[in-house]
Structure formats: C-alpha cells, structure tokens
Ligand binder design. Structure first.
Ligand code: RM4
Ligand code: MN
Ligand code: MN
Length: 426
C-alpha cells in the first residue's frame, strides 16, 4: 500500500492553520532567545532512523505470541510497511535486516522496491543466537566464544556471509550481538570465552570491506543468566579497540542494569571516538523492548543531550547508525513504531535547544542551579510544532497516527494479507 502526495496534502489541509499558529508562536519565542529555528528544523528533517525488519509484526514473549492481523510475511511486505511509516513520518528512511530471518531472494528487485519508498539499507544484523536449519554445528553453548573451533568457525563464516549480503544491498555496517555466556557458575572459563570472542571478532573485522564498520553490541544478561561474554560497554569498547579502526561499540538502551547512567556511557564512548550505533527502545526492568520514551523520556533527553554535544565536539566518531529495537505484543506495530519515532525526534529537538555556551559558563562558575535550569528549560519546552514543521518540510503528515487511522491502513492490510499472516523474527 502506498500513500499518495494528494492524500497527504488533503490530510494536512485540515490541521495546517492550527499548526501554523503554534509553530509561529514557538518559533518567535525561541528566536528571541537566540535559537536558530531553521537550523533545528533542518537537523530534525535530516535525522533518519532505521526500522528493523523484525519489528513489523507482533513481538512474542517466551510465554506466547498474539499475532496482529495483516502482518507482513515477506521482506517485500516489510519494506512496504516501512514505506507507509516513512511517507507519514519522513523519519524512517532506512531498514535494518536480520539475517537469516530476511535474506532477499532477488537483490535488484528488493533494492528497487526500497528505492521506490526512499528507503536505504542500514546495518545488517547477524544471528548466532539461534540454530539455523541444516546447520552442522549448534550454538547451544555459544557461538564466537564457543570452546569448539568448528562452532566458532561456523559463526565467523555466518558473519562474513551477512557482510556479503549487506554489500549487495548497499549496507555499510554489520551489528554483532552475541548471546554467548553461561547460565551457571563454573560452566565457562571467563578468560577463554573472552579470548575466543576477541579472536573471532578480529577475523570478522578482517573480512570487512574498507568502507564498512562493525558494531559490537553489549547486553548484561538474557538469554544467559549467570554471565554474558560481552556484558557491558567496557567489554565492547575493549573488543572494538582490539579489532581495530572499523570496530565500534553499539548502545542499546535496554541493555543496561537498572539505574545505569547511560548518558555518561554515551559521552565516554564519544570522547574516545568509539560510538558507532544506537538501538532505541525503553524499559522498566530489563531488555523490555517497549516503545521509545514511554517510561523514561527525561533519561532519553539527557542521552540526546550528550549525543548532540558529541556530534558537535567529537568529530572522531563516525556518522552514527540509529535504529529502533523494539517490538511487543499489544499494539499495532506500525502505530507503535510511529510513537517511537516521535519520541526520538522529541528528545533530539529538546536537546538541540540546550544552550551549550550558557551551560558551559554555568558549569565553569559551578552554578549548579543555573545548570539545571538550562537543561530543564529545554526539556520542558513543547517542541511538537518543530517536529510537525520538519515533517511538513519533507512532505510528511502533520499527525501521522491520526492519518494512519483515518486511512484505515491496518484494515486494508488485513484485507490483503489476512488475519493470520505472521512475520518472521523472534
Ligand atoms: C537482542 C539485541 C539485538 C537484536 C536481538 C533480536 O537483545 O537487542 O540487537 O538483534 O535482540
Ligand atoms: Mn539491540
Ligand atoms: Mn535487546
């Protein structure tokens, strides 16, 4: 299903007057405070977040899966769904594939389809946390860290294959997330597991084309519950350094123990030029993968504040790869993704409002109250008119979810694909 320019214009006609009023009011008060509103709008309009190919259907939990009617059952249909989100929000101009869940059959046709929706291929993701059909070796006791060389070799080869697939699509990076670890004390020798992982990652790094990057994603626990080999940013950072200049750390917001200061991690990695990518989601307890900004929007803003500072001051980092890594059981996945995109843009816009010069001066004076005022003034600004303006500038919808519902997109997808179509993924 494609949403036409006419449909978008029609929808926007209804809200345009109200939008103009609130945008003009906000823009003029921001300008009075010396803020370059145009620059912010351009930055927001340019900010594109990849949608993972596994987030377009209902996400299961280990207790069950309730499918959502009209789920995309092929890669083509997944790209079509991202096309819908992108034409409404204008912020989802990329897809991130999980291999082997989504291996293209006809590369040219897939590339053309993505191109017709203005979607590019972002990082490809390898999967050595599940056994694949007909695989010789099993990952039950780990992959890149496994005590068996045959298993490690198979996992390395899989990662290399993923890179080759990504190359054919125009991707420029691979994200490696490992489930490797142990469930019981004594099960693993920590040093052997870490050394094996480092050696395996180095081999994958050697296979990368010159203009490629490798992102090493960390996570404290799950599916292993006693130890995880790449458990935290420090381990990921150390491995990225050991691999070399194409390797970077990737921060997934849900991959931290409760109360971890994620913004400080972001800032450290950026200072050292080793932040490569980001997986957005939100959580209350663990790797809950729920909608971005639904639980801790202030923390998200503080993270963006460090990202904005780093993008300005630490040019030693590559352009960051942004992706939403969220999916669950109870919402229409497309509506949910649009809520996540809005939350990301909201936090980014607020961070762009922070007056960095003033903040630096207040920090220099140790004026703690003023520092907090500067940060919270930005956070408390209702920036939604800026987001709408950025969407309009690119031809998106003033209110994406409202338009999605008005067009009854889900109803049409159910009609076309049926109630019981199931998307590949977890
Ligand atoms: C992991 C991690 C990875 C994602 C898998 C499906 O917890 O977040 O990024 O690829 O889940
Ligand atoms: Mn992730
Ligand atoms: Mn995760």
């Amino acid at each position: 299903m494609k949403i036409s320019k006419d449909q978008l214009q029609d929808h926007n006609k209804k809200g345009i007057n109200q939008h103009k009023e609130s945008f003009d009011f906000l823009a003029s008060s921001l300008s009075k405070n010396g803020i370059q509103v145009d620059e912010i709008i351009t930055k927001l309009a340019d900010f594109q977040v990849a949608i993972p190919s596994w987030a377009l259907g209902a996400g299961g939990t280990r207790f069950g899966r309730f499918s959502y009617g009209g789920e995309p059952s092929t890669l083509e249909e997944k790209i079509d769904d991202i096309g819908v989100i992108h034409s409404l929000t204008q912020t989802a101009g990329a897809i991130s594939l999980h291999i082997p869940w989504d291996i293209p059959k006809d590369y040219n046709a897939i590339k053309e389809l993505a191109h017709s929706h203005n979607i590019v291929f972002d990082a490809v993701n390898s999967n050595t946390f599940q056994d694949q059909k007909n695989a010789k070796e099993s990952y039950k006791f780990g992959s890149l860290a496994n005590v068996s060389k045959a298993v490690r070799d198979q996992a390395i080869e899989h990662n290399n294959d993923v890179v080759d697939i990504g190359e054919k699509l125009g991707s420029k990076s691979i994200t490696v997330w490992l489930a490797d670890g142990s469930c019981f004390p004594g099960q693993n020798n920590f040093q052997t597991a870490l050394q094996n992982t480092q050696d395996s990652l180095k081999e994958i790094h050697t296979h990368l084309p010159n203009d490629w990057k490798m992102f090493i994603e960390y996570k404290p626990y799950e599916p292993n519950f006693y130890s995880t080999v790449i458990q935290d940013w420090g381990t990921s950072f150390m491995l990225a350094n050991a691999c070399g200049e194409k390797a970077f750390s990737l921060v997934d917001l849900g991959h931290h123990l409760p109360n971890t200061n994620i913004e400080q991690i972001v800032s450290t990695l950026m200072l050292k030029g080793k932040l490569g990518g980001f997986h957005f989601n939100d959580s209350k307890y663990g790797d809950d993968d729920i909608t971005v900004g639904c639980i801790k929007p202030y923390a998200l803003f503080l993270i963006f504040n460090e990202l904005v500072y780093g993008m300005e001051n630490n040019k030693n980092n590559p352009d960051l790869a942004w992706m939403i890594d969220a999916s669950h059981n109870v919402k229409d996945p497309l509506e949910d993704l649009m809520q996540s995109l809005e939350a990301i843009q909201d936090a980014y816009a607020k961070a762009l409002l922070v007056d960095q010069k003033l903040l630096k001066a207040a920090q220099q004076d140790n004026d703690v109250v003023k520092c907090q005022e500067i940060i919270q003034n930005a956070y408390r600004t209702d920036v939604r008119p800026l987001l709408q303006q950025a969407r309009l500038a690119r031809g998106g919808a003033i209110n994406p979810i409202e338009m999605y519902r008005m067009l009854d997109v889900r109803g049409k997808l159910i009609q076309k694909r049926g109630e019981n179509a199931i998307a590949t993924g977890l």
